[in-house]
Ligand binder design. Structure first.
Ligand code: ARG
Length: 566
């Protein structure tokens, strides 16, 4: 049911065809407060046409409108304010949510088209950083929102498993490492070598030459170099998988940078055929000055290929393999230029689908206002963050609900959910500071607050067992009190929220919505005795059940679980 349509109909009839429907529709506003009605129609534009004061026009329209479909239609100054028929609205919305359950809000925007999502993509032999966490959880949520709007997401982990850093790592390992050490604690040890390399090469620049030589060996298939590379890769991947399991994130592909080793020759010859390659101080570049971009460096002087060469091969491979309608790259905003170059080179190659490539950038996570950096050794280890979050969640649960069953499991859901939610509630381009205590609070704008509200609604429903809802059409869900109205309006707007989130690739739209809905339900709960045995009891239970259902679905879209009790 489109409630705005009802208002357009009423205005169109009252204006006796003097204004087109589309003009009326565009003019209708959402008042700032629900006290001013649910929709407002400003009369200013008509003042010029009718050459009368807008106040007078507004009150004339209000008196002409058929009031039958509304609780009230009122002229206030130059506006006509419409108050929807609360009982009818409430009955419609609640019946719809209970009937549709978790598919409430589903819509077909994508016609089942494939969308590749390049996400997470950490670098082998380094710990997963907070930046990779952002990419992982934003990408995962976008995938779920795409699915809800009938796109088919394909989640690709473009592992950083190739590049000059492996030369450095092999050199460092040869100098300072032992096999036993790495086996005992792979990620930390590899990181230690890497950090040490970057400390020592300041005074010993010859280390860089050695590292370069190792990388060259790796590219040429030297057995020792390849053996070490494979070993580092598999140890790293194991530790990444532990984190993905904790976060509940799965991938459709782990084709990383190395996967494109044998696919770059084709890219280079395509560029040659189209006469796009130019020589510049021994290197091969594509000039992008007409796009106002720096040239794309395709091949270095020593013949080594570069990050963008691999991304060109990957983009072409993905188009051929998945025939995507959109290809997304969830990568920090410091790589904006890289993705502009990628699109521009593909455009130069005549690939029209380069327009379907979208970089989905995001801001930095800082700590105490400082930028994190692997090289400086200033890293937050994601694995530890998740464990600490679970411990903190468990402490809070012990205090609040010491008798809870499955404490361990719930603490996991709350701790991990808190970290994910904290990331997603911010518009993705914002930078934000990471403070664990802040993240796991049960009050305020946090994941646990939304989860807690969901659990509260579920507990009300459990207590009402004897009055269980059937969901059948014969049940009357007509609420008309002021307290429930905001909750109902929010419930009704869910599908519009989902649509906005997918259009803007912005999970924060859903996260903010869930906070808003939770807050408004808690306000309702504070004012109203939901379980009071009167004629509106069924309707109030239907409201609680609908809120639980929509909160749970919102959290699911963010990749956060909703425990029944906490
Ligand atoms: N591994 C890169 C990094 O950590 C991110 C890769 C992003 N994906 C891509 N196709 N370039 O910075």
């Amino acid at each position: 049911m489109n409630y705005k349509e009802i208002v357009v109909d009423a205005l169109y009839a009252a204006l006796e065809g003097q204004l087109e429907r589309s003009i009326i529709e565009d003019a209708i506003e959402n008042p700032k407060s629900l006290a001013l009605g649910d929709f407002a129609f400003p009369a200013f534009p008509l003042a010029r046409i009718f050459k009368r004061a807008p106040q007078i026009i507004a009150s004339e329209i209000a008196s002409k409108v058929d009031q039958g479909n509304f609780d009230k239609v009122q002229a206030v100054g130059p506006y006509v304010n419409f108050f929807l028929d609360k009982k009818a609205f409430s009955n419609d919305v609640l019946h719809q949510i209970l009937a549709e359950g978790s598919s409430y809000g589903d819509q077909d925007l994508g016609n089942n088209g494939n969308v590749t999502i390049d996400m997470s993509s950490p670098n082998i032999a380094k710990p997963i950083s907070m930046g990779h966490l952002r990419s992982t959880v934003i990408g995962n949520s976008i995938a779920k929102i795409l699915e809800k709007t009938n796109y088919h997401p394909i989640k690709i982990n473009h592992l950083g498993d190739w590049g000059t850093q492996f030369g450095k790592l092999i050199e460092a390992y040869k100098l300072w490492g032992t096999e036993e050490e790495v086996k005992a604690d792979p990620i930390n040890k590899l990181l230690e070598y890497y950090v040490r390399f970057h400390k020592e090469d300041v005074e010993h620049p010859e280390l860089d030459d050695e590292a370069r030589a190792w990388f060259k060996k790796l590219e040429d298939g030297d057995p020792e170099a390849v053996r070490l590379w494979k070993w580092f890769r598999s140890e790293s991947l194991k530790s990444f998988m532990k984190i993905y399991n904790k976060l509940g994130v799965e991938f459709d592909s782990f084709n990383g940078e190395a996967f494109y080793n044998d696919k770059m020759d084709e890219v280079v010859s395509l560029l040659e055929q189209k006469k796009l390659l130019q020589e510049s101080r021994g290197a091969q570049i594509v000039d992008l000055s007409k796009y106002d971009l720096n040239p794309a460096l395709i091949k270095k002087t020593d013949g080594a290929t570069l990050y963008i060469t691999r991304d060109l091969a990957a983009a072409i491979y993905r188009k051929r393999t998945y025939n995507f309608v959109q290809s997304l790259y969830v990568v920090g905003n410091e790589q904006t230029n890289h993705f502009k170059q990628l699109k521009a080179v593909l455009k130069e190659l005549g690939e029209e689908w380069s327009d379907d490539i979208h970089h989905i950038p995001f801001g930095l996570i800082t700590q105490g206002g400082k930028k994190l950096s692997t090289r400086a050794g200033r890293v937050i280890l994601l694995d530890e963050v998740l464990d600490d979050a679970m411990t903190l969640a468990k402490k809070q649960i012990e205090e609040k609900n010491p008798d809870l069953k499955n404490k361990e499991k719930v603490a996991k859901q709350v701790g991990v959910g808190a970290v994910i939610f904290h990331d997603l509630k911010n518009e993705r381009m914002n930078n934000f500071d990471f403070d664990l205590d802040e993240v796991v609070r049960f009050e305020g704008e946090t994941g646990p607050y939304v989860q807690y509200t969901h659990a509260r609604a579920m507990s009300i429903l459990r207590k009402s067992e004897d009055k269980a809802l059937s969901g059948g059409k014969e049940e009357n869900y007509q609420l008309d009190d002021e307290e429930s109205w905001e909750v109902l309006r929010l419930l009704e707007s869910f599908s519009m929220i989902v649509k906005r989130a997918v259009k803007e690739y912005e999970p924060s739209v859903v996260a903010k919505y869930s906070l808003h809905l939770a807050k408004s339900f808690n306000k309702y709960y504070a004012h109203t005795k939901i379980l009071k045995n009167d004629e509106q009891l069924t309707a109030r239970l239907a409201l609680a059940k609908s809120v639980a259902s929509v909160l749970k679905e919102s959290l699911r879209l963010l990749g956060v679980q909703a425990p029944e009790e906490m």
